[in-house]
Design a protein around this ligand. Sequence first.
Ligand code: SF4
Length: 156
Amino acid sequence: MHIYYFNICKRKLWLFSHNLNFEDENIDVKIGKVIEEESYSSQKKNYMIDNINIDYIKKNKTIHEIKKSNSFEEANIMQIKYYLYILKEYGLDDIKGILEYPKLYIRKEVHLDKNDDIIIEKQIDEIYKIINDKKIPNVIDNKICKKCAYYEYCYV
Ligand code: SF4
């Protein structure tokens, strides 16, 4: 979740990592969970490996991540790339990722590209810096804030 939040909003990352979690009460998060639970119901789901929670895994060496919408496509891609990176650390380097948007009937294949290891390691370093900083990052004043679980915390 940290890498996903890092790629959406640094302030959100900081709040989440400081145990300020309003996500469970947020309607968009609830909808996302229902979509995840109801989609591909025949699949065995939620594999915890290290600190990652993979939605489901198929025999043909693919990991699948189910998302409600592709509004945060870059963050979604980085999240699944991070999973592939962790699996590679365990010696599983021939895995591919699939991003699933069941409500949009979209599937997107994701691979770890040549420079992704460097990008991910840089992001991990920055994530540690942000969450260890006593100062909370500023609000981003972006239209995405309106749908964010932290909206009231940040703006009201
Ligand atoms: S409301 Fe906006 S600034 Fe606040 S955490 Fe959410 S996305 Fe970030």
